[in-house]
Design a protein around this ligand. Structure first.
Ligand SMILES: [Zn+2]
Length: 94
């Protein structure tokens, strides 16, 4: 199975050619569709859900990522690092 970097390399090469020469090329619609599908797949995996933190008297509801956990086995707060990175790449970072 090809790695994500191997799959992304030709798309990146074509995007750079477009940036440098201004011609979108024949693969542009397919590249755009693949990239959108990739991001949508990531968003689906890294969706948020509510979780109860500290069940009992001091419990509170927090948003956590359904696709991530922390190294110590806990839930990852949402937005997780993946969602934060995608948001920033799309220009929505702070
Ligand atoms: Zn996540």
């Amino acid at each position: 199975m090809m790695s994500i970097r191997e799959l992304l390399a030709p798309v990146k090469t074509r995007a750079e050619a477009y940036r440098d020469h201004g011609t979108p090329g024949l693969h542009a619609p397919q590249d755009r569709a693949k990239l959108l599908a990739a991001v949508e797949g990531v968003l689906e995996v890294h969706d948020s859900t509510d979780a109860i933190m500290n069940p009992g008297r001091h419990e509170r509801l927090v948003k956590v990522c359904v696709g991530c956990g922390t190294d110590d086995g806990n839930w990852q707060h949402w937005p997780c690092p993946t969602i934060t990175a995608v948001t920033a790449a799309l220009g929505g970072g702070e």
